[in-house]
Design a protein around this ligand. Structure first.
Ligand code: CU
Ligand code: ZN
Length: 182
């Protein structure tokens, strides 16, 4: 191998190493940016003692929602993602209406024509504790259906899953903002 051919080979090897390294860095950066978990800490509105944690996790077929709330009256309570991650008003109305980026009617979580924020009802037991764990196929952490930065509201009454546009679920008992989790 003459000298110039040797130099050319070295240059080619260096370029190859560099491109592999850049590819790896890009891959790692994308992995770090992709959100896989989110959390909302629900605080009581004025006159309420309802609070809790709602966790969101990307899974194969959607986003798993795991909610644990306390301080509720026994029975069903409307449970939604609202448009704004703003819990600044004492009654929770600053969170706006149901998150509805697709312009659909209010419905139930199993419907494909629903507000993206329609998570249905959460059921409290006789002690006022409620646990919900299901996979939602419509909410997302990316694109127009992303729920990051939106609000979570639990209501006084049952969501009837049909009254427009709220499900007639009554007052807002707790409010939280969906943030990126570790
Ligand atoms: Cu609501
Ligand atoms: Zn709705």
């Amino acid at each position: 191998m003459n000298r110039s051919r040797f130099s050319a080979t070295v240059v080619i090897l260096l370029v190859l190493c560099l491109s592999v390294a850049i590819g790896q860095m890009k891959h790692e950066a994308m992995g770090q940016n992709a959100i896989s978990e989110a959390i909302a800490v629900l605080q009581p509105t004025k006159g309420s003692s309802v609070s809790g944690i709602v966790k969101f996790e990307v899974v194969d077929n959607g986003v798993r929602v795991v909610a644990d709330l306390t301080g509720l009256a026994p029975g069903k309570h409307g449970f939604h993602i609202h448009e704004y991650g703003d819990c600044s008003s004492v009654d929770g109305t600053s969170a706006g209406g149901h998150f509805n980026p697709t312009g659909m009617p209010h419905s139930m979580p199993s419907s494909d024509k629903r507000h993206v924020g329609d998570l249905g009802n959460i059921v409290a037991d006789s002690t006022g504790t409620a646990h919900l764990d299901y996979v939602d196929t419509m909410i997302s952490f990316t694109g127009p259906n992303s729920v990051i930065g939106r609000g979570v509201i639990v209501h006084e009454k049952e969501d009837d899953l049909k009254t427009q546009p709220t499900g007639n679920a009554g007052a807002r008992l707790a409010c939280g903002v969906i943030g990126i989790a570790k």
